[in-house]
Design a protein around this ligand. Structure first.
Ligand SMILES: *Cc1c(COP(=O)(O)O)cnc(C)c1O
Length: 482
């Protein structure tokens, strides 16, 4: 294979697809796509123990909305007939307004926006609103979990920001606050960006913001991973601690459709953020996704406290089980983790990539991750694996099941048992957990405010709606089924 590492699609994969197309044509390709999606659903959706921290399963209601008609409508602009580029959006406006208000509630924020197509787009919105080309940004370096989202090879670099490191104590995975204060006072960054993709503990948002506030420095919290934990009350809310902007991925712990969310409290940011979103970084923004996001956010408001608390408790107990099975789990002295993530040092087992591949053969999904002790270089082979407990928690796994997974991982990786045998046991274990929890669909949701939810069961008829229903009612009765 002539794979040019990390810079383009695998050319061999594209060549094979080209050959398939040449042989089977477009209709054949369409059939093949259906087949592949079905297989993927059976394998990843039913037979695997997915421990990829960047994933979560969406509820059936959220998935259904993703294929709804509303996703075919052009949505460019801001909510409201006066601001949209297109007519016919009265229902869409209401869906989107509900989504915004749900997001504001989830993040305790004065403002929020639903239009970004990914967490990464959210980063670019934040950089566009908070900084100008040439400004200096201090961000989390990769050995401390920093994602490219905050580095010069990501959207910050494309925005023309200069990047400097936030100093970390890499043993404790804590910001070295004394060193940070010295560096920040010397460099006077316009922006501090907290952009961890490996995230085990909350960061000292308040102290960082207080340090840069004297010269008007801004603090941006890229909570791609933490968004669900924050909404569920299991992670400090950065907005309460002085962050100017919070963004998140809606498909990681937040457990909604993949996309981006953003929230802020400073009224002066509303225009720059909104105009960075439209017309700069979105045109149509997939209203099927927004409808799904609204429902996912409602689920998070309803069930998030319990769901996220269990997710973190599962991560901690899984970390202990892994350590008991002989794995080198990071940060034992700090209780391993306070998020959905666990990090293990697997250098002695062949490194992160090899271990993730072996586990993939066993239907256990984790991903390779740079360790704090790995060299800070783009060519470094990650010596760790990152494990996340969001999906297994939504499926109902608890400490006992995760202990069983840790034992299977020991047998696959340390005892090197044949991987086929491990895979069968993984599939057995997973077969008993096929129902997603924390959804309005399974079981009766427990309304938080009984009176309000009783009201909402019979919504007031809006003027626009009544005009339409009058029209429907005027048709022959056989055609009025709603
Ligand atoms: C995953 C991640 C992103 C990108 O989010 P997407 O929703 O995948 O676009 C940005 N920042 C951080 C820190 C991440 O971990």
């Amino acid at each position: 294979m002539t794979f040019t590492k990390g810079t383009e699609h695998d050319r061999e994969a594209l060549r094979a697809a080209r050959e398939f197309l040449d042989e089977h044509g477009g209709a054949g390709a369409a059939a093949r796509v259906h087949e592949l999606v079905r297989r993927n659903g059976r394998w990843r959706g039913q037979k695997c123990v997915n421990l990829i921290a960047a994933e979560s399963p969406t509820s059936p209601a959220v998935r259904a909305l993703l294929s709804s008609e509303i996703g075919t409508r052009a949505s460019g602009g801001h909510i409201g007939a006066d601001s949209r580029c297109f007519p016919g959006l009265r229902h869409a406006d209401e869906v989107e307004a509900l989504c915004v208000e749900l997001l504001k509630e989830a993040f305790g924020a004065g403002w929020a926006d639903q239009r970004m197509l990914g967490g990464m787009a959210g980063c670019m919105v934040a950089y566009t609103a908070l900084a100008r080309p040439g400004d200096l940004m201090m961000s989390v370096p990769p050995p401390a979990g920093g994602d490219s989202s905050g580095r010069s090879d990501g959207p910050g670099g494309a925005r023309g920001l200069r990047v400097a490191d936030i100093p970390f104590d890499l043993d404790e995975l804590e910001v070295d606050l004394d060193a940070f204060r010295r560096e920040a006072e010397r460099l006077r960054p316009r922006l501090v960006s907290l952009n961890q993709t490996m995230v085990l503990f909350p960061l000292p948002v308040r102290e960082l913001k207080e340090t840069v506030a004297p010269w008007g420095g801004r603090l941006y919290f890229d909570g791609a991973h933490q968004a669900g934990l924050i909404a569920g009350g299991c992670h400090p809310n950065p907005l309460d601690e002085g962050a100017d902007i919070l963004t998140g991925s809606s498909g990681k712990t937040f457990s909604g459709p993949q996309g981006g969310i953003i929230a802020w409290n400073d009224p002066d940011l509303t225009e720059p953020v909104s105009t960075a979103i439209f017309p700069v970084l979105t045109g149509s923004h997939q209203m099927n996704r927004v409808a799904a996001l609204a429902v996912a956010t409602a689920e998070m408001l309803e069930f998030g406290a319990d769901y996220m608390r269990r997710t973190v408790a599962n991560a901690r107990s899984f970390a202990r089980s892994l350590a008991d099975q002989g794995f080198r789990v990071l940060c034992a002295n700090r209780g391993y983790t306070r998020t959905h993530q666990v990090m293990a040092d697997v250098r002695s087992l062949g490194g992160g990539l090899a271990v993730a591949r072996t586990l993939e053969e066993a239907n256990i999904m984790v991903n390779k991750m740079l360790l704090p002790s790995d060299p800070d270089s783009p060519d470094a082979e990650p010596g760790g694996i990152r494990i996340g407990t969001t999906e297994v928690t939504r499926l109902g796994f608890g400490a006992a099941e995760l202990d069983a997974v840790a034992r299977l991982m020991r047998r696959a990786l340390i005892e090197r048992e044949p991987v086929n045998r491990i895979r069968r046991e993984v599939e057995d274990l997973r077969s008993g957990f096929q129902t997603l929890h924390y959804t309005f669909g399974t079981g009766a949701p427990r309304p938080r405010r009984p009176t309000e939810s009783a009201e909402s069961a019979e919504p007031a008829v809006e003027p626009a709606e009544s005009a339409e229903s009058a029209e429907v009612a005027a048709k022959p009765s056989g055609q009025t089924s709603a």
